[in-house]
Design a protein around this ligand. Structure first.
Ligand SMILES: NC(=O)c1ccc[n+]([C@@H]2O[C@H](COP(=O)([O-])OP(=O)(O)OC[C@H]3O[C@@H](n4cnc5c(N)ncnc54)[C@H](O)[C@@H]3O)[C@@H](O)[C@H]2O)c1
Length: 252
């Protein structure tokens, strides 16, 4: 097992990619804290891991809130015994242009997608550094690298995630902390259906369009999870500051 004796935090752990990654990290031996706004769904994922013989706790939190993030980090240290891996994955999308986006929506997207990662790193880096290092993986997006239509706040926020990841890698590499982003293309989760709803499009047609890429299909959450497990593990020991694209060839 690649993550034995490691302790991991997964934000957005109740969602499509977060759930698959929580399960994959636990299957490699990590004790996992499943963090999500949706307390019930987070508990269900933690229970699923425990039922399979793994170790997991659920923590209800809003990742945009500093008190919540401080509570997450102190709870994980107290209950699991440390933090070696963080997957900053919680995210939201608003499918609107600049003209259509309200200031409140813009700030919420940046709060959940960007401030959350700053806050987590602010509070978790000292814990990791004191223990000799760790691995942080942030969820960007193909649209953080190339842009996309009718999602101005999302594209800007994910571009920030990619470059914040590089800055974090530069600052904390000397402390033994690696920081990378994983950048999915369209992945079969609730987020895609939510986008179809926001755009008032038929969900099936929207998903068919999402599959229009060289590998002729959408990604599955476990395929993002596999990349995160690799970035979390010592197999990627010389990889930091990178933006790993997992997208079926869609954004090349
Ligand atoms: N699905 C895709 O096609 C796709 C593509 C590129 C990037 N991503 C990114 O992957 C990540 C995971 O998305 P997903 O597709 O699994 O979506 P999802 O909607 O299935 O999961 C997101 C999870 O984040 C949680 N969440 C939302 N706001 C939160 C907050 N403030 N605090 C704590 N938890 C919160 C939700 O409750 C949900 O469980 C996101 O950052 C998303 O932007 C997804």
């Amino acid at each position: 097992m690649r993550l034995e004796h490691k302790h991991a935090i997964v934000t957005g752990g109740a969602g499509g990619i977060g759930r698959a990654t929580s399960i994959a990290l636990a299957a490699e031996g990590a004790a996992v804290a499943v963090v999500d706004l949706n307390a019930e769904a987070a508990e269900a994922v933690a229970e699923e891991i425990r039922a399979a013989g793994g170790t997991a706790i659920a923590i209800a939190a809003d990742v945009a809130s500093e008190p919540d993030i401080e509570r997450v980090v102190s709870t994980v240290v107290a209950e699991l015994g440390g933090v070696d891996v963080v997957f900053n994955n919680a995210g939201i999308i608003r499918r609107t242009t600049a003209v259509e986006t309200t200031v409140e929506e813009w700030d919420r997207v940046f709060g959940v997608n960007v401030r959350s990662i700053f806050l987590m790193c602010k509070h978790v880096v000292p814990v990791m550094a004191a223990a000799g290092g760790g691995s942080i993986v942030n969820t960007g997006s193909g649209w953080g690298l190339k842009g996309g239509g009718q999602a101005i706040s999302y594209c800007a926020s994910k571009g920030a995630v990619v470059n914040m990841t590089r800055a974090l890698a530069i600052d904390h590499g000397p402390q033994g902390i690696r920081v990378n982003s994983v950048n999915p293309g369209d992945v079969n989760t609730g987020m895609l259906r939510d986008e179809a709803r926001q755009l008032s499009q038929d969900a099936d047609a929207f998903l068919a369009e999402a599959a229009d890429r060289p590998l002729r299909r959408m990604g599955e959450p476990r395929e993002i999870a596999a990349a995160v497990v690799w970035l979390a593990s010592d197999e990627s020991s010389y990889v930091t500051g990178s933006a790993l694209v997992v997208d079926g060839g869609g954004i090349a």
